[in-house]
Design a protein around this ligand. Structure first.
Ligand code: PMV
Length: 311
């Protein structure tokens, strides 16, 4: 069972204030490998080096919620299982690593109980897990990891998977600055600036909606150059709103001047990660240049499928 990470392509921060955003599933995965058991629900994590029985959980109480949700959906008590988890997704980098783990776990646990892991069941079970990790999450991380592709979302509305979109001949570089950041602090800084702009703030939110619409058009027309321009524009606005960081600027400029279609911060900003949309043939060289400057770089497909079941 594997489930992908997510990135926000554009619209972060503005989405908190009501405009649209587009997220995408990217080719970094969490995997869950399960087998039936006689007793307990034993989860082992390769990355964290933890083995725990969920029925008396300390670290994986999120997954216990998911297991209970799945069992309740068929009016049963949770069944015993052994599930091993591993993940390629950086933790705490805004890429939905906990959601991807919850999605892979949920699909695996359902199958071990003889239940078909429908999109709806997995999405909801993983959301129960995410509530334990994040309090009151928007649900975008578990949604993107479950359904995959490119997802349009707006606060208070159901996320929509965009159809007939794609970017041929491109790769996405995910550039981890390694600078820790707090989503809450970044959201506060952005919101304070937006308020200070008074009426102009509303015009900017409208502008971002238009940028997102144009980006969706570019995705439908498979126009990477146009999308790159819109990513650059989005970053310029986020920078002006105070949520960039010197390390993000360095990474973005290296990517742009070495041939990226466009580059921007992704997620909360103020550190964390940047993304660069690049022609496939230039991915290797741009990635090397970034690594030489000390960045950790992941070269991934964008818009990959949601969770998949492997026997
Ligand atoms: O970096 P992350 O995954 O925490 O992304 C935060 C995205 C924001 O738009 C800044 C906040 C939000 O809740 O949408």
């Amino acid at each position: 069972m594997q489930a992908p990470a997510k990135i926000i392509l554009l619209g972060e921060h503005w989405v908190v204030h009501g405009s649209k955003a587009v997220a995408a599933a990217v080719g970094l995965y969490a995997r869950a490998l399960g087998q039936k058991a006689e007793q307990g629900i034993v989860v082992s994590s390769k990355n964290l080096g933890i083995v725990e029985d969920l029925t008396s959980c300390h670290k994986f109480c999120n997954l216990w919620e998911a297991a209970q949700y799945i069992a309740a959906s068929v009016s049963r008590k949770p069944w015993p299982a052994r599930i091993h988890i591993e993940s390629d997704i950086p933790i705490g980098a805004g890429m939905g690593s906990s959601a991807a783990v919850a999605v892979a776990f949920s699909a695996c646990y359902a199958i071990l109980g003889g239940i078909k892991p429908s999109l709806n069941l997995v999405l909801r079970a993983a959301y129960e897990a995410e509530k334990i990790v994040h309090g009151n999450p928007s649900g975008i991380d578990n949604t993107v990891s479950t359904i995959g592709g490119f997802v349009l979302y707006r606060r208070g509305e159901n996320p929509i998977r965009l159809s007939n979109v794609g970017l041929k001949g491109t790769k996405l570089l995910i550039i981890d600055t390694g600078i820790p950041r707090s989503t809450k602090v970044a959201v506060d800084i952005f919101s304070t600036r937006l308020r200070a702009l008074n009426g102009l703030g509303g015009s900017l939110l409208e502008l971002v909606n238009k940028v997102v619409d144009e980006a969706i058009m570019a995705l439908k027309e498979d126009d990477a150059a146009k999308l790159g321009l819109l990513l650059d524009l989005s970053h310029g606005l986020l920078n002006a709103m105070g949520v960039s960081h010197e390390a993000l600027e360095t990474a973005i400029h290296i990517a742009r001047r070495s041939g990226a279609y466009g580059a921007k911060l992704t997620g909360a900003g103020m550190g964390g990660t940047a993304i660069a949309l690049v022609p496939s043939e230039k991915a290797g060289i741009i990635s090397s240049l970034l690594q030489e400057r000390g960045f950790r770089v992941f070269e991934v497909e964008i818009g990959v499928n949601g969770f998949t079941i492997q026997s």
